[in-house]
Design a protein around this ligand. Structure first.
Ligand SMILES: *Cc1c(COP(=O)(O)O)cnc(C)c1O
Length: 396
């Protein structure tokens, strides 16, 4: 199927633009949602449990708790550690702001640690340097879909008595040394936003192998109430108790049905993303002056993003290349502006330039190229010809 229709008028830039990522929805997905809409349970019903069970199986975790966004997943996961004012949590800055915001929701302070230049994953030496007596834990971000070095992270966490939360919003479908993402840290958070590895519209999940932690997560997503409606019906009791302050972070059953239907395609989609990534490596982009981030041989990359760095020899600045490719209908993106440079963090925590030099330098020259399961060979060659045209035009 051609995504970039030649029949669309040029003025419809947004619909004719090849996006950097997009969802895949088929008839079985739609039927699964409709079936729930015709049923008695729109929320807190059997589809949520079925999705959680299948998700736990797929990720090698013992428990999975569904919530209504990736941000809620991070918020709920951090709740388990009872953070408060004065506590510090280490977070890399090359991530979506929610990774750090979730720390702030709990009144704690994110401390930004730098990333490695070749992968933009957390830099272990910088991580250890930033540990203080106030440090409580680490939020590890599997940037672009490549899992972090979890053996090393677990070692550091154990040595300093820290918790380890994986922000796995990019890496569902990936693995590390043969172990699937979702079972690599004590808690693992996922997002089901449409650009992510699978979608429920909005949605999220937390995985863990600890039954008490799973119980606490379920409580947090349901106002801090000790039993959900379903369990109350089972014991024929009207009473419930609110134990602690929680939220309404529940996922609906029709969203869970969509997630469950999507999950059957996950392995195939991840393989497809890897084939597209291999094609990008083969072009080779580096001859054109674009260097893809490195991948580690002991990991299966989920390729949520395909990120290149623009070599100085290109003689073109990132923003110019960004605009030129967009004018060619290629929906490139920049992931991300370092979180510690956002005005909120500068104003609230006094963060700023110089704190994470590698991340700040990378931010100047990174670009995300389109990659998603339904991307066609025609789409791919359109990307390559646009890049070639723009960069060669620049040289002449
Ligand atoms: C998408 C994303 C989130 C937030 O997920 P939402 O579902 O959009 O709330 C958090 N962290 C990272 C790294 C993400 O990419």
């Amino acid at each position: 199927m051609l995504r970039k229709s030649a029949l669309q008028p040029d003025s419809l830039v947004s619909s004719s633009m090849l996006p950097y990522s997009r969802q895949s929805i088929d008839d079985r997905d739609i039927e699964a949602v409709v079936r729930v809409l015709r049923s008695d349970w729109l929320t807190t019903g059997p589809s949520v449990e079925a999705f959680e069970e299948a998700f736990a199986r797929a990720t090698g975790a013992r428990y999975a708790v569904a919530v209504n966004s990736g941000t809620a997943a991070l918020h709920a996961a951090l709740h388990v550690f009872d953070l408060g004012p004065g506590d510090e949590v280490l977070v890399p800055p090359i991530t979506f702001a929610a990774s750090a915001n979730a720390v702030v929701y709990h009144g704690a302070s994110p401390i930004f640690c730098d990333v490695e230049p070749s992968t933009l994953l957390i830099d272990m030496e910088n991580l250890e340097e930033k540990i203080t007596p106030r440090t409580r834990g680490i939020v590890a971000v599997d940037y672009a879909g490549q899992p972090c070095d979890y053996d090393r992270l677990r070692q550091i966490a154990a040595k300093h008595g820290l918790f380890l939360l994986a922000d796995a919003c990019h890496s569902l479908g990936g693995s590390y040394k043969g172990r699937p993402v979702g079972s690599l840290a004590e808690l693992n958070a996922f997002s089901f936003h449409p650009v992510k590895p699978l979608t429920t519209g909005e949605g999220g999940m937390v995985t863990t192998s600890d039954s008490q932690v799973a119980r606490r997560l379920k409580q947090f997503r349901n106002h801090g109430i000790d039993r959900d409606h379903h369990q109350r019906a089972e014991i024929r009791s009207w009473s419930y108790e609110m134990i602690e302050l929680g939220h309404n972070y529940r996922l609906t059953d029709f969203q869970a049905a969509l997630g469950l239907a999507q999950l059957r395609n996950l392995a195939e989609w991840t393989a497809r993303r890897n084939r597209i990534a291999n094609d990008y490596y083969q072009v080779p982009l580096s001859k054109l002056g674009l260097t893809p981030l490195q991948r580690h041989a002991d990991r299966y990359h989920a390729y949520h993003l395909f990120v290149v760095r623009i070599d100085p020899v290109c003689g073109i600045e990132r923003d110019r290349l960004f605009n030129a490719l967009r004018a060619e209908g290629i929906g490139v993106q920049v992931h991300y502006r370092p979180v510690h440079l956002h005005p909120f963090y500068v104003n609230r925590f006094g963060t700023g330039p110089g704190e994470c030099p590698v991340a700040e330098e990378a931010y100047q020259n990174i670009l995300s190229l389109p990659i998603f399961p339904s991307m066609t060979e025609v789409d791919f060659s359109n990307v390559i010809s646009a890049i070639t045209r723009v960069l060669e035009g620049e040289r002449s």
